[in-house]
Design a protein around this ligand. Structure first.
Ligand SMILES: [Zn+2]
Length: 424
């Protein structure tokens, strides 16, 4: 049997007055999701373990059955994988925004909506000027880049720039985490290769990054791209701002955990999800026109999943659109993204694979709710359905937050979802 997970990012929601007290999944017209629920078995899953905030990278890693305490390394390493940078055991990778500072404050976290073209020029310029054996800047997308510090220490406290608009930037510079040891240089052991790794201390790492931030400011300020932005009255992209550091995650691959999986694939427009897929041993399938928004190439993603399933045993298909609509607080748009997922992803895939000789097990779930009324991720269990030919139905008739409460699987956590999906 092959296995496909269809993940609608942020698709779960709360009861909404405008919908007569129904949730969006209850209200939306979703005949194919409901068909899976009728024919399959349902339940709910805790996707955000205690002690973690409900980020998509946390929830998606947990859904794939990983223990966050053992594998979670922040955004930097996931983005490194997505960009195609293979981290060494002694590397520390950290997300490196290019932001706008004005009047001593953080004006925005995106450098005035920097284009990928300009962002790449600026980050490559910084790498020429500031890069060395220890420090490397690697271009990503728009304002979102990567800083790799060989021997860097992740035990530092950084301030995500989107959390601090209009705040003075100097008090937000990087600080060493108070680890209580106070030793100068530290060594640790790479869990994967069991070699000891020489690292800077947290304080040395914080000093190094703060020095890079300060030196980036004069370099960026005087760069022709920023001089042009200045004359055009646009916000300048005039400082780097690193945050979310981590080491190379030591994750077992899906194939190592589930021997029936020889090869697998991940399909997502989102770099964090691609990064998780990479460390899980899945190949990254890129779909033209996959935007992460409601206008994404749904048909292309469905077709890519069908093609991948012809060769691979395990496919993780991630669709971001509902989450973005939730962040926008746009009820009608979020309903539309749910109906698109039903008719343009679930329907074509279900109708194709039901004719195959080798059966395909399909799981459908969100990673977390992004309610249109709160407009941010919340930490609550999500509904899920598992269907494959021959599975015994559990009496649930519709796929939504309320119906799945009475599903046969009850409330699962940790790797229980992957275990029942792969083994039932
Ligand atoms: Zn998410």
């Amino acid at each position: 049997m092959k296995h496909l997970i269809i993940l609608g990012d942020g698709m779960a929601d709360h009861a909404v007055d405008r919908l007569g007290g129904k949730t969006l999944l209850q209200h939306a017209d979703t005949p194919y999701m409901d068909l899976l629920a009728k024919k399959g078995r349902c339940g709910r899953l805790v996707t955000v373990p205690d002690g973690y905030s409900p980020g998509s990278e946390v929830a998606n890693t947990a859904i794939l059955g990983y223990d966050l305490d053992k594998v979670y390394e922040g955004r930097g390493p996931l983005e490194a994988a997505s960009i195609g940078y293979e981290m060494r055991p002694d590397d520390m990778a950290i997300r490196c925004n290019i932001i706008t500072l004005a009047d001593g404050k953080i004006l925005n976290h995106h450098g005035g909506h920097l284009s990928t073209e300009d962002g790449t020029v600026l980050i490559n310029y910084l790498n020429e000027q500031l890069g060395d054996d220890r420090v490397q800047f690697i271009p990503g997308i728009q304002y979102r880049h990567l800083l790799v510090i060989r021997g860097g220490n992740k035990h530092i406290t950084c301030s995500p720039p989107h959390d601090h608009p209009d705040e003075p930037w100097q008090p937000l510079l990087v600080k060493p985490e108070n680890t209580g040891t106070g030793h100068a240089s530290t060594e640790n052991t790479c869990e994967k290769c069991q070699q000891s790794v020489a690292r800077l201390s947290p304080a040395e790492t914080a000093d190094l990054i703060n020095d890079l931030i300060l030196r980036s400011q004069s370099l960026l300020e005087n760069h022709p791209i920023n001089q042009k932005r200045k004359t055009e009255g646009k916000p300048m992209a005039n400082s780097i701002w690193p945050w979310s550091p981590g080491y190379r995650p030591s994750m077992q691959t899906i194939a190592e955990m589930y021997p029936e999986v020889k090869t697998g694939a991940v399909i997502s427009a989102v770099d964090l999800i691609r990064g998780i897929g990479h460390y899980a041993g899945l190949k990254i399938v890129v779909v033209d026109g996959a935007t992460g928004l409601y206008n994404t190439n749904y048909e292309g993603k469905a077709q890519a999943a069908i093609e991948a399933l012809k060769n691979d045993d395990f496919v993780f298909l991630h669709v971001e659109a509902s989450d973005e609509a939730g962040h926008d607080g746009d009820l009608d748009l979020k309903l539309r993204t749910i109906e698109y997922l039903d008719r343009r992803i679930v329907e074509p895939i279900y109708n194709e694979v039901k004719t195959w000789d080798e059966p395909v097990a399909i799981a459908l779930l969100p990673d977390h709710p992004t309610p249109v009324e709160t407009r941010t991720h919340v930490k609550e269990p999500v509904p899920f359905v598992i269907y494959h030919p021959g599975i015994e139905a559990d009496g649930v008739k519709e796929f939504d937050e309320v119906s799945c409460v009475s599903g046969a699987y009850g409330l699962l956590q940790k790797d229980e979802f992957m275990k029942v999906f792969m083994n039932d």
